[in-house]
Design a protein around this ligand. Structure first.
Ligand SMILES: NC(=O)c1ccc[n+]([C@@H]2O[C@H](COP(=O)([O-])OP(=O)(O)OC[C@H]3O[C@@H](n4cnc5c(N)ncnc54)[C@H](OP(=O)(O)O)[C@@H]3O)[C@@H](O)[C@H]2O)c1
Length: 272
């Protein structure tokens, strides 16, 4: 029998590429998104059904889970992909922007997991894959709030894996580096709109992020890593995805903190 994956944030980027990849591998796909009325491409796949889901709205999460279970009876993999970046200095962030970032990137993930766990337990298993970021393993400048959400998801996933393993449920994370999607354009939010005392460093950091984009992955490449995490039947928890992310993570693990810190300062033009 075909397996089923439930994906959040399937309207674009990694979520959409993953929906198409799994459908092409013969899976049923519950592709959820905030505005399903705008979606035309995924609806053309007979094994993809599109559902409305905003991860910040608890009723929307439970309704989408109910509808998907009515259609497919069982979900085998939950992909928590919905998320966005909030970039800029912590000091200039409004309380509302900080709350929104955690509501989407962290509390949204908790909501979908809690909504699907009864089905996973009754079925005797399942896999939860949380899309984090290299910024959920290594800190980079001027992304402190975003990193806090992704480091948070990393800890959530590792702890939860112990809790759920006795029920046959695995929790994994996929941590991409830069990916060419809407992430850095229409989806990105900033903590500061006008001038601030951080301008000199901030400009250098944003310019450096732009310059490094030659090494970025495509959404399809990250979807392949997600497919591996969903199907390799191993207890591997972390999948660092993309050449840039692997290089950064490798350096962070092999270098002293002092040397790594100096390298990152230099890469982002922050050295004295
Ligand atoms: N691209 C990168 O460089 C990169 C690197 C590391 C990690 N990531 C992570 O990868 C994931 C996917 O991002 P992407 O690169 O594919 O960017 P993207 O193209 O901007 O996709 C983000 C998706 O999340 C959805 N979303 C945002 N808020 C939502 C909410 N409240 N409820 C439901 N869906 C919501 C968006 O929906 P709408 O269409 O409605 O806005 C969109 O479908 C994110 O978790 C991101 O943090 C991305």
């Amino acid at each position: 029998m075909a397996k089923t994956i439930f994906i959040t944030g399937a309207s674009s980027g990694i979520g959409k590429a993953t929906a198409i990849l799994f459908a092409n591998h013969g899976w049923n796909v519950a592709a959820t998104m905030r505005n399903p009325q705008n979606e035309t491409e995924l609806a053309q796949y007979p094994s993809i059904k599109v559902y409305a889901l905003d991860v910040t709205q608890p009723e929307s999460v439970s309704q989408a889970v109910e509808q998907a279970l009515a259609d497919w009876q069982q979900i085998d993999v939950l992909l928590n992909n919905a998320g966005y970046g909030l970039a800029g200095p912590l000091e200039t962030a409004s309380e509302e922007k900080i709350m929104d970032q955690f509501n989407t990137n962290v509390f949204g993930v908790m909501r979908t997991i809690r909504a699907l766990l009864p089905n996973f337990r009754e079925a005797g298993g399942g896999t939860i894959i949380n899309v984090t970021s290299i910024g959920g393993l290594v800190g980079l400048p001027f992304n402190s709030i975003y990193h806090a959400t992704k480091f948070g998801l990393d800890g959530l996933s590792e702890s939860l894996n112990y809790e759920l393993r006795p029920f046959g449920i695995r929790v994994k994370i996929v941590a991409p580096g830069g990916v060419i999607t809407d992430f850095a354009t229409r989806s990105l939010k900033r903590t500061v709109d006008g001038p601030s005392v951080y301008d000199a460093s901030l400009e250098k950091v944003f310019a450096a992020f732009g310059k490094n984009s030659a090494n970025y992955s495509t959404a399809e490449q990250i979807a392949e890593v997600i497919y591996r995490a969903a199907t390799d039947d191993t207890d591997q928890i972390r999948y660092v995805a993309g050449q840039d992310a692997q290089a950064t993570y490798g350096a962070w693990k092999s270098m002293s903190n002092e040397d790594f810190f100096a390298m990152i300062n230099q890469r982002f033009g922050l050295s004295e």
